[in-house]
Design a protein around this ligand. Structure first.
Ligand SMILES: CC/C=C\C/C=C\CCC/C=C/CC(=O)SCCNC(=O)CCNC(=O)[C@H](O)C(C)(C)COP(=O)(O)OP(=O)(O)OC[C@H]1O[C@@H](n2cnc3c(N)ncnc32)[C@H](O)[C@@H]1OP(=O)(O)O
Length: 280
């Protein structure tokens, strides 16, 4: 939950500031299907800052505890599923906050990857880097046309840690994953379908959600405990490895981001994003 200062003029005519709690995710459970939809709502691009990550984590936990039959993750933004980590969190960072951001990204990944109910991503817009991470942590992906998805870290001069890559490796043949990662390739929707990075294309967010519901429905007659244990069997090795390395991974991330040449690169990258946005 993030707090925002709202400004309003009170009865005395004085401007007052009021702090309100704003949730950056919503969870809606469909009464008929029992499926929960987790929607990210941090305009304009669902940049994963500390508050959004904390809210995603708490929404996943809410879904874990409310007996939902499945989880669909999507975005309230019309063009972007998630632009990945909020780059502002990495630029001239406060060290404690940066540590918390990476720890929460890890938490979100392992909670989503490890949840026992069926999961699906309705990818209603672009999903680079951390956006792709969320989608690949799920069991099924449906994406709208003319968007991009992938792990582009090498394009930014950085490497994606093993746990971030493991979702990719669950889905793509090793050969395709290695080439895509070394190239920092962002797949178009059509390419993603062709390579198997997504499972289906839908013409709208609504259709994407419907297709995710249909996927989750395929488990209706499967014993949920047997299903959950089978999923766990497939994912346990990656999770075990992740838990062994997670503390070292935070230290590595901090020392990478704090390197002067990386800070310089992030500054240039941010500038480029802003220039592109201003041209549009
Ligand atoms: C650069 C990182 C370098 C080093 C870090 C070191 C170690 C990290 C270890 C590995 C971890 C990686 C995880 C990550 O997720 S890194 C984040 C990578 N994300 C991206 O590269 C995506 C960048 N964004 C885009 O490509 C496009 O915005 C996108 C295709 C998603 C959407 O395009 P669209 O045309 O719809 O929107 P824009 O006009 O581009 O953007 C609108 C405004 O949003 C701002 N923006 C976009 N992305 C981000 C972001 N990730 N963080 C913060 N802000 C972002 C953009 O600047 C525009 O802002 P304004 O100018 O309107 O203020």
């Amino acid at each position: 939950m993030s707090s925002r200062l709202l400004s309003f003029v009170g009865r005395t005519g004085r401007r007052r500031l009021m702090s309100t709690a704003i949730k950056l995710t919503t969870v809606e459970v469909n009464d008929k299907t029992g499926i929960a939809t987790l929607t990210m709502c941090r305009p304009p691009v669902n940049g994963q800052n500390l508050e959004l990550l904390l809210d995603i984590k708490s929404s996943i936990n809410e879904i874990k505890n409310n007996n939902s039959r499945g989880l669909i993750i999507t975005s309230a933004s019309p063009k972007v599923f998630s632009a990945g980590l909020d780059i502002l969190e990495m630029y001239k960072p406060d060290q404690q906050r940066l540590r918390a951001v990476w720890t929460e990204l890890q938490n979100v990944w392992c909670d989503l990857y490890g949840i026992s109910v069926p999961t699906a991503a309705a990818i209603n817009g672009h999903a680079p880097a951390g956006g792709c991470l969320l989608a690949t942590a799920c069991e099924y992906r449906v994406m709208v046309p003319n968007c991009i998805i992938g792990l582009n870290e090498t394009q930014l001069g950085i490497i994606a840690p093993k746990w971030l890559v493991s979702g990719y490796l669950n889905i793509l043949p090793k050969r395709v994953a290695e080439r895509a990662l070394t190239q920092g390739r962002l797949f178009t929707t059509d390419e993603a379908l062709q390579e198997g990075l997504i499972d289906e294309i839908a013409n709208s967010k609504e259709e994407a959600v419907d297709k995710c519901v249909a996927f989750i429905g395929t488990f209706a007659k499967v014993n949920p405990v047997a299903r959950a244990l089978t999923k766990q069997q497939f994912r346990a090795d990656n999770l075990r490895q992740f838990h062994k390395e997670r503390e070292q991974d935070v230290d590595d991330f901090l020392s990478l981001v704090n390197r002067p040449e990386v800070q310089k690169g992030i500054g240039i990258y941010l500038e480029g994003l802003k220039k592109k946005a201003n041209k549009q």
